[in-house]
Design a protein around this ligand. Structure first.
Ligand SMILES: *Cc1c(COP(=O)(O)O)cnc(C)c1O
Length: 470
């Protein structure tokens, strides 16, 4: 055991230490490697070291999503102490889904849920569940809202979210049994925030048609652009129509730790439920989302099903909730430790400071790009995503920006992604990783500018105008 653990630890330690200087993407040969892994299960085992090497090599051949240059999608950095939490959790392998089986460990998970509730000033009776990610949290939110507002016969129920919401919001509704024609996409305003007046009009039209509007999902940071819906207004509309008010804060949630986030999300504390994704802006490794519910008993009412073979396990709920009664899963990993350990070890102040830094870096990137001639940076960022494109004097902007993105990513120092805004191809940079600091964002700006220059004049590289030093 000792030899295997030490070997594994050394490999991971090296890997994590190398993250900052590792290429932002390293996919050469990745498909060939994948090909070699298509094999039958072996009858006879092989040495751990060889297998460890295989896993390490496979991990190398990937987009470096934990490195400082990863500004695509919504990055998740992966705190090392959380990786150790996973090792400890699996090493001890205790059963934590039923509080009676490991009360103190179940309490660790309940404590983590309570911390998330505290972040939104939720009352003591709030409850929650740690899920595998934001998609599962949005799914459980729909199930909870459906049970609370519609009961068992829900075929006339209608849900609302914005055109800019994450795809998992509509997917959750669909998987929960609502046909697509009961899922409404509310238009957004010029800053891509949900239009609360349009929401009201849609709800009233549906009511007049004999349908039952029951749930509205607002986004506390859309994945596309980081836009934040007007929480207080959407909440009012939901309450006025006796609907469940859910907020998808998978991306933005932890920013409520900052002064700025507190102002930005004003009204979120009145939400009936909130989706969070600690594997994004809490920087922990993949596999942890969360749903918190203001009236905690509603989460349990929607998910708990009695079973004879579990009759000797109840009775603790008043003191320590059993995770299995609040979510989809029965047996599962001890995911609470993944968040408990880093929060206890680093302290919330460290997380707050890291998020404040991300907000500043975003502001810097936004200012640099919008003051560079030829760039269009359409949205003053609410959070940490900066969608932009370059408008060439000639030719198709979509084709140009597609090539521009490729060229930027070929630098292997930064990795950006793209989206569509108004049907146009837009590059987006999103700064969330705790490993991304000022030096890498400055480098990103240089790379973006020189990539434009290269595309405009492949041979004679005419220098772009530099903005004034700041
Ligand atoms: C990432 C994200 C999700 C989905 O979360 P997963 O953890 O990937 O399942 C949902 N909503 C928003 C706003 C997100 O950013």
């Amino acid at each position: 055991m000792r030899a295997m653990s030490e070997a594994a630890m050394l490999v991971v330690e090296q890997f994590v230490n190398d993250l900052p200087e590792a290429p932002a993407k390293d996919l050469d040969g990745a498909l060939e490697l994948a090909e070699e892994l298509r094999e039958e299960a072996p009858e006879i085992g092989t040495s751990f070291e060889g297998l460890l090497n295989t896993v390490a090599v496979c991990s190398q051949k990937a987009v470096n999503n934990s490195g400082p240059g990863f500004m695509a999608y919504i990055p998740g950095g992966g705190l090392y102490v959380s990786a150790l939490a996973d090792f400890l959790a699996a090493g001890f392998n205790r059963y934590v889904s039923l509080a009676a089986k490991a009360p103190a460990l179940a309490q660790i998970e309940a404590t983590v849920v309570r911390w998330l509730c505290d972040l939104f000033d939720y009352p003591p009776e709030a409850r929650g569940v740690l899920t595998s990610g934001g998609s599962m949290a949005n799914f459980s939110a729909v199930i909870t809202a459906r049970k609370a507002k519609l009961g068992e016969n829900f075929s006339t129920g209608v849900l609302y979210t914005s055109e800019q919401a994450h795809a998992s919001c509509a997917k959750a509704a669909y998987l929960a049994g609502f046909p697509r024609e009961r899922i409404r996409m509310v238009p957004t305003d010029e800053r891509l925030r949900m239009d609360a007046d349009a929401l009201t009009a849609m709800i009233e039209a549906d009511r007049a048609a004999g349908l039952r509007p029951f749930m509205v999902t607002a986004s506390a940071g859309t994945t596309n652009t980081g836009s934040v819906d007007p929480m207080a207004r959407v909440g009012e509309v939901a309450r006025a129509h006796d609907m469940w008010f859910h907020v998808d804060a998978a991306y933005g949630g932890p920013f409520r730790m900052t002064e700025y986030g507190r102002r930005l999300f004003q009204g979120i504390e009145s939400a009936d439920s909130i989706t969070l994704d600690p594997h994004k802006a809490f920087f922990i490794p993949y596999g942890t989302g969360a749903l918190i519910v203001r009236e905690g008993f509603r989460l349990r009412a929607a998910h708990h099903v009695e079973a004879d073979y579990l009759q000797d396990t109840d009775g603790l709920d008043e003191q320590i909730p059993s995770a299995s009664e609040y979510g989809m899963e029965l047996s599962r990993d001890f995911r609470g430790l993944r968040l408990w350990l880093p929060v206890k070890h680093h302290g919330l102040a460290a997380f707050r400071a890291a998020l404040e830094e991300k907000l500043e870096l975003t502001r810097y990137l936004y200012d640099e790009l919008r003051t560079t001639p030829g760039f269009e940076v359409p949205l003053d960022p609410d959070l940490t995503a900066v969608p932009f494109r370059y408008l060439p004097e000639r030719g198709d902007p979509d084709a140009f920006n597609r090539r521009l993105l490729e060229r930027i990513n070929d630098s292997k120092r930064v990795f950006l992604s793209s989206t569509l805004l108004d049907g146009h191809f837009i590059i987006r940079a999103c700064i969330v990783s705790h490993r991304t600091h000022r030096d890498r964002v400055e480098e990103a700006v240089r790379i973006i500018r020189s990539a434009v220059q290269d595309l405009l004049a492949p041979d004679a590289a005419a220098p772009l105008e530099q903005p004034a030093a700041r």
